[in-house]
Design a binder for this molecule. Structure first.
Ligand SMILES: Cc1cc2nc3c(=O)[nH]c(=O)nc-3n(C[C@H](O)[C@H](O)[C@H](O)COP(=O)(O)O)c2cc1C
Length: 134
């Protein structure tokens, strides 16, 4: 990908979802399927970031169901260099500042003292990470 000129990766977009109206059993959306986003997408997004971070050296912007500082730390640990917010902004427009505050007081692995150190942590060790109480 870098050889093709990519400066980085943005992972992931929505995945196709389908919902039916219970009375008609017709798709609720005019086009049938639509983009499925939000918290249910997060494990899928984390798996994509985790896999791609091991395959490429490019910086990755991780997104998909991020709602909290803890979620951001998960994406960083999976290998993302930055994290984006999407669907959460509809229900919580102040999520960016809230999540920044949560990151300041987030539980991090005891060995981690900075955001840079948590980057890619999940692939640096096969053992489970011990979390501090604070
Ligand atoms: C209303 C809405 C519009 C979106 N528009 C775009 C778009 O124009 N281009 C794009 O690549 N992704 C678009 N996305 C996908 C988001 O950038 C993001 O990848 C996805 O929603 C997963 O993150 P989230 O669960 O935090 O929303 C859109 C998502 C939503 C909910």
């Amino acid at each position: 990908m870098a050889a093709a000129g990519a400066d980085g990766l943005s992972l992931v977009n929505t995945i196709h979802g389908l919902a039916f109206d219970t009375a008609t059993r017709c798709p609720k959306l005019a086009l049938g399927v639509g983009g499925y986003s939000g918290p249910a997408l997060r494990p899928i997004a984390l798996a994509c970031v985790y896999a791609c971070a091991q395959a490429v050296a490019l910086p990755i912007v991780g997104m998909g169901g991020v709602t909290s500082g803890d979620d951001v730390l998960d994406f960083l640990a999976a290998g993302a260099s930055a994290v984006a917010l999407g669907t959460i902004l509809f229900s919580d427009p102040l999520a960016p500042s809230r999540i920044r505050a949560e990151l300041d007081s987030a539980r991090t692995p005891t060995a981690v003292v900075s955001g840079q150190e948590i980057h890619g942590l999940a692939r640096k060790s096969d053992s489970r990470h011990v979390l501090s109480a604070e």
